[in-house]
Design a protein around this ligand. Structure first.
Ligand code: AKB
Length: 342
């Protein structure tokens, strides 16, 4: 008998860590994972089966199809915005072809067990592209359908995969004699920059905020790669994980969209520095903008409108800017590195 499970791709990454801990604590369904690298020992013991390999390997996905009934997929595997600019074709391969493979896998699973497979997809503020700083300032909190002109390969990939997901959910093989759509229950969140107390991100362009905090806790000097006035939305990792799980559990009848903005706070880089200095007064944080990475962050909105997520599935981040730093990030990161108070 094939067992019912939840599948997480890219499980060893930043979101995967917190998600595995959360789902295993909830205990609703055994977890299986795919990642290129072995999972950290602390989370490996929480999963039923760990597959090491690429999401592009058809054989790997077919093996999973033959061994398990997958009810829910959290498709986290991706190459982030900075890294994908250096290798755009590989970025496309992982981010788009990989997602297409997983959507097709979900369709096959849904056809095999007869129920829709929930497909949770982390999209990103990178799906937006504002042309200049004046427009960014006047746009305010952007809504999901506005400014969908990404400037990065990663942003283009995310926006296109949102459409692929909608296609699988609503229109898949629409000319076939029988109705085949509806087997993939696609739900996407456009995440802001995420800040974890446990892991340091790599390959993203919103990384300056988490890098600043982790460097301060390690007692290392940090040169921030964006200007002090740079402003984009952020959220702490537990709230991001909570949002994913909430959206997965939401009643389909309440979901008016397939793609939802979410945010918790949107400090400038200078404000992040101030908060880090309040927790680590000796921290050495300077600004040395990298004009090319700056241009990417300048094309992302200063704020997003997440009213639809709040209304449709109860998005309610626990941490605002002040509490996110004083009650969560600073104490947890200090504990992680064994940093002295102040
Ligand atoms: C990145 O910087 O690429 C990601 C994102 C904003 O999606 N953190």
């Amino acid at each position: 008998m094939r067992r019912h499970v939840t599948l997480i791709t890219g499980a060893g990454g930043e979101i995967g860590h917190g998600l595995i801990e959360r789902l295993s604590a909830d205990g609703d369904s055994p977890i299986i994972t795919i990642d290129l690298k072995p999972l950290d020992p602390g989370i490996r013991e929480l999963v039923e089966q760990e597959y090491m390999g690429s999401i592009l390997e058809t054989h790997l996905l077919e093996r999973i199809l033959s061994e398990y009934l997958v009810d829910t997929i959290y498709h986290l595997a991706a190459i982030l915005s900075t890294r994908a600019e250096f290798t755009p074709v590989t970025g496309h391969e992982i981010n788009v072809e990989g997602t297409l493979k997983l959507l097709d896998f979900a369709q096959a699973q849904g056809e095999s067990h007869g129920r829709p497979v929930a497909f949770l997809y982390p999209s990103s503020i990178a799906a937006y592209g504002l042309p200049d700083l004046e427009t960014k300032a006047s746009a305010g909190a952007v809504r999901e359908h506005e400014w969908n002109n990404p400037t990065t390969m990663y942003g283009c990939n995310k926006l296109y995969c949102e459409h692929l997901g909608r296609y699988y959910a609503l229109y898949y093989k629409q000319l076939a004699a029988e109705t085949l759509s509806g087997k993939v229950d696609f739900r996407a969140i456009r995440f802001p920059g995420l800040i974890s107390a446990v892991t340091v991100p790599s390959g993203g362009t919103s990384d300056y905020a988490p890098e600043m905090i982790h460097a301060a806790a390690r007692g290392e000097a940090y040169a921030c790669f964006v200007r002090p006035d740079t402003r984009i939305p952020f959220m702490v990792m537990p709230d991001a994980v909570d949002a994913l799980v909430k959206l997965a559990q939401a009643d389909a009848a309440n979901l008016r969209k397939t793609v939802y903005n979410i945010t918790a706070f949107n400090p400038s880089a200078a404000e992040v520095r101030e908060l880090v200095l309040a927790g680590f007064p000796g921290a050495q944080i300077t600004f040395m903008p990298d004009l090319k990475r700056q241009a990417i962050v300048d094309s992302w909105p200063a704020d997003v409108d997440d009213n639809a997520a709040r209304a449709d599935w109860g998005l309610a981040p626990r941490y605002d800017l002040e509490h996110g730093f004083s009650e969560f990030l600073i104490p947890r990161i200090r504990e992680r590195y064994g940093a002295a108070d102040g």
